[in-house]
Design a protein around this ligand. Structure first.
Ligand code: NDP
Ligand code: MG
Length: 392
């Protein structure tokens, strides 16, 4: 049997990072965790390092003290060290489970170095757009989506050419406010938005699911991954999150991928594709799963959706501006400096103040991101003190 393939897990202390390590632990003959990274939660990374004993770990922020660190291996620090890990020549597979724009450099580095990139960090693809696709083409890297909807579309396509496709239909759970009247949206508190009905995820994507910004990011992600025009990408609400997406071919024949809502299936597929490895997940029972219900998206009540799709259509720097303003807005909402309807209001203001321009380089995108954040901060103030545990 061939040796286990080594995986760099970027964002190992997060929701997707943890699920990735679960998948790896179930297939020790196939995969190994070679590098683990985190943001500032040193103690959580230390615990994982004790369990996995990787080649090295990376923390993006240097902790005030390293006293109490249990793992005596190779600790590296800084955001640059994370991008270097993504390009490490000894590692064939990179899982990018970082959150937000912070993941862009690692996505570019992994693809330019020809890696198999399991991409959970959709923001990097959405913001980087053509730059990311060009890095994959240049470096020979293989970009495999972790998002359940895009994993579904990849499987539904089964290698068929997209010229056979009439349209794809992304499913959306609708989030916790699917049935709330818009008149109550100003009363929404962070804990309401964090109570997602079907998926347990990190805070940022959970809020994005509540505003439907996540679905807009996913429309742009589908456009870039599958080379489909925006008019050929639809969204339908499917509260049970069993049907992960659908592909309608030119003759009306429609194929979908189904499964219980667990991210471990798309994560495992992103590591093993095109193979479907055996697993111990609960077998799919159609009787248990049904009935399958679908609804139209309430576009007018969730403006983050249209704003995001419009930014995608404009292209260039617009998705980067949308994303940066959204990251600031989500943080401000979670810190109760902005109410729920304030999220789209803030993003719309920042977008309308920064017209879309062609993307010149990564440095250009970094500037645009900083400018959009600064304009957003001017309106809602800067974030509160850092969260999490900084000492191990
Ligand atoms: P979490 O917040 O749970 O985890 C984020 C991870 O990234 C943590 O390890 C965190 O470290 C690290 N991190 C955060 N900010 C930085 C930074 N600036 N520099 C370096 N490391 C950082 O997020 P999720 O796992 O929920 O989401 C990860 C990505 O996957 C997102 O792009 C999300 O949209 C996408 N995704 C997630 C799904 C899910 O089910 N969770 C489903 C589909 C996509 P620390 O612990 O130290 O803060
Ligand atoms: Mg998704």
């Amino acid at each position: 049997m061939s040796e286990a393939r080594r995986v760099a897990v970027l964002g190992a202390t997060g929701s997707i990072g943890g699920s990735t390590l679960n998948v790896i632990s179930r297939h020790p003959e196939r995969f190994g965790a070679a590098v683990l990274t985190a943001g500032r939660r040193a103690a959580a990374l230390d615990r994982l390092a004790m369990r996995w004993n990787p080649d090295y770990v990376v923390l993006s922020e240097v902790p005030e003290s390293t006293a109490g660190q249990g793992w005596q291996g190779d600790w590296r620090y800084g955001t640059e060290a994370i991008a270097l890990a993504a390009a490490d020549p000894t590692i064939p597979i990179v899982m990018n489970a970082l959150v937000g724009f912070a993941g862009l450099e690692s996505t570019l580095a992994a693809l330019a170095a020809g890696k198999q990139l399991a991409l959970a960090n959709k923001e990097s693809l959405v913001v980087g757009g053509e730059l990311v696709l060009a890095a994959a083409a240049r470096g020979g890297g293989d970009l495999i989506p972790v998002d359940s909807e895009h994993s579904a579309i990849l499987q539904c396509l089964g290698g068929r050419h997209t010229s056979d496709v009439h349209r794809v239909i992304l499913t959306a759970s609708g989030g916790p406010f699917r049935e709330w009247p818009a008149s109550r949206f100003s009363t929404i508190r962070p804990e309401d938005a964090l109570a997602h009905p079907t998926w347990s995820m990190g805070d940022k994507i959970t809020v994005d699911s509540a505003t439907l910004a996540n679905k807009a990011l996913e429309v742009i992600e589908a456009h870039l991954l599958f080379g489909l025009e925006f008019d050929r990408i639809d969204v339908v609400v499917h509260p049970a999150s069993i049907v992960h997406s659908l592909v309608e071919f030119n003759d009306g024949s429609t194929v979908s991928q189904l499964g219980h809502p667990t991210m471990e299936v798309p994560i495992q597929y992103a590591l093993s594709a095109p193979e479907h490895l055996p697993n111990e997940f609960r077998s799919f029972d159609p009787v248990d799963a049904g009935p399958l219900e679908f609804e139209r998206l309430r576009r007018e009540d969730f403006p983050m959706f249209e704003l995001g799709v419009e930014a995608g259509r404009s292209g260039g720097t617009a998705p980067g501006v949308y994303n940066a303003a959204n990251e600031v807005a989500v943080r401000a909402f979670l810190e109760e400096r902005l109410d729920f309807p304030g999220i789209p209001a803030l993003v719309e203001r920042v977008l309308s103040s920064m017209p879309a321009a062609p993307v010149e380089s990564l440095e250009h995108l970094v500037e645009i991101d900083a400018e959009a954040r600064s304009r957003a901060h001017d309106r809602v103030g800067t974030p509160l003190a850092t969260r999490g545990d900084s000492t191990p």
